[in-house]
Design a binder for this molecule. Structure first.
Ligand code: UDX
Length: 433
């Protein structure tokens, strides 16, 4: 099939490459000339495992090309809208400027029975509004809403082998066009839910709200654990054996961040307010507050561990990305902690295997190094805030000789307290005795 993907950020660049991997003829469109030039030379503009390979093979095969000119999308049968929907500055609501601009720009180039497929996360009601506009401007074209559930770090796998497909459609033929796009996964038995626009839009935000709630729930339990001497990791293990609950997304720590969960729960709560049903999801405000409190807890723990002040203390911050296997620092709890500690006068040195460049762009006031050894050297305190594999594998005895004082805050509860204490460390987790 001939496919266009409009917007080549995390979502769109992966989606375009994955569609070419499935054998489709794909053009990726973006207004960012630099990004398009990079992608056209098969260079991923961000870190994502597996993307370099499928991008390179797509470009080499000639099935995958990139352009800044939306007219190059004109002969596509299916157009995916994969532009960002960031949080509006100073407000909790989603900024739909990029969705609206991409949609309007596409309208003059639509073939008669083209299918536009929204993938961006949008406030419920957006698809119906765009369908109304499409009926006025290009009556023979169709619209579907097909939310994307990919996780950064696993984006290629999640796109090619998702847990499920959700199609928000107004006609059966739009669903069958999407089946043709995703033929390989459909034939392999991937479940698909065919529904209306509003439900499809809601599935995405409801899934993210549920995941965020699960994380904040266990973080709330970690506060109770700290007050009682209980161990939140053992609690999570025990809860997780109940199949109705499940162990995943029950890791207490510095909390969730990234380009999706925080802004999506805020936009969802704001949209519910607009619809007059804000009380139904008022708990999401609490979920957000619990989450932000975790960052403060780590900072407070650092202050307490250093005897009441971090001023002029050398603190090695391990991790700046919002999660491992990503270079994304958007709303990163790790970076937030580093910035707060610096604000309190600490001599912070932050390190990360992939995120230093992006972090420096956002917070140039911090000192960064890509060398873990350099970060650890002479530290009065180590704060682990992103659970990269290499940090989880640290040997406490070896690190003890690098630092000035063996004190560590495990902001992701991923180290073994027994082993670290046995090697002479003062160890603090969150909700761990
Ligand atoms: C999320 C959703 O998982 C995905 O389905 C959606 O499409 C986009 O948003 P992503 O932002 O890539 O994906 O990250 P995810 O793996 O969900 O992690 C989000 C945050 O939660 C990270 O900061 C992570 O460190 C944190 N987290 C996750 C926890 O603090 N504890 C957990 O147990 C799990």
């Amino acid at each position: 099939m001939r496919i266009s993907v409009i917007g080549c950020g995390y979502l769109g660049a992966v989606h375009a490459s994955a569609m070419a991997e499935l054998g489709h003829e794909v053009v990726g469109i973006d207004v960012d000339e630099r990004k398009i030039a990079q992608l056209g030379q098969a260079q991923p503009p961000f870190f994502e495992p597996g993307l370099p390979e499928i991008l390179a093979s797509g470009v080499a095969s000639g099935r995958l090309r990139f352009s800044t000119d939306i007219a190059d999308a004109a002969d596509a049968e299916v157009h995916f809208l994969a532009v960002g929907t960031p949080q509006q500055a100073g407000r909790p609501t989603a900024d739909l400027r990029f969705v609206d601009a991409a949609f309007e720009a596409l309208l003059p180039h639509l073939a008669d029975d083209a299918l536009i497929v929204g993938k961006s996360t949008v406030p419920v009601g957006t698809a119906a509004r765009l369908a109304g506009r499409l009926a006025e401007a290009a009556a023979h074209a169709r619209l579907a809403w097909n939310p994307e559930f990919l996780r950064e770090g696993y984006a290629v796998k999640d796109t090619l082998e998702p847990d499920r497909f959700v199609y928000g459609v107004e006609s059966a033929d739009a669903a069958s066009t999407l089946d043709d796009v995703y033929r390989r996964a459909i034939d392999a038995g991937t479940p698909r839910i065919v529904t209306d626009f509003a439900t499809a839009e809601l599935v995405k935000v409801a899934a993210n709200a549920f995941l965020a709630t699960k994380i904040s729930f266990i973080n709330a339990m970690s506060e109770i654990a700290d007050a009682t001497g209980a161990d939140v990791t053992a609690l999570a293990d025990a809860l997780g054996h109940d199949a109705r609950i499940g162990r995943r997304f029950l890791n207490a720590g510095v909390g969730f961040g990234g380009g999706c969960l925080p802004k999506d729960i805020r936009a969802f709560a704001a949209r519910a307010d607009e619809l007059g049903v804000g009380a139904s999801v008022a708990f999401l405000k609490e979920v957000d507050e619990i989450n932000l409190r975790q960052r403060q807890r780590v900072v407070d723990l650092a202050v307490a561990t250093l005897g009441g002040s971090v001023f002029r203390k050398r603190i090695a911050v391990l991790g700046v990305t919002f999660k491992p296997e990503s270079d994304d620092v958007r709303d990163s709890p790790a970076l937030d902690v580093a910035v707060h500690l610096k604000g309190l006068g600490a001599d912070v040195i932050a390190t990360d295997p992939a995120g230093v460049e992006n972090a420096r762009g956002r917070h140039p006031q911090l000192t960064y190094t890509t060398s873990l050894d350099e970060a650890l050297a002479g530290a009065d305190l180590v704060v682990l805030v992103t659970e990269w594999r290499q940090y989880r594998a640290l040997d406490p005895a070896a690190v003890a000789v690098q630092v000035a004082a063996p004190r560590i805050i495990d902001g992701r509860n991923v180290l073994d307290p027994v082993a670290w204490r046995a090697a002479g460390w003062e160890y603090h987790g969150l909700g761990r005795p």
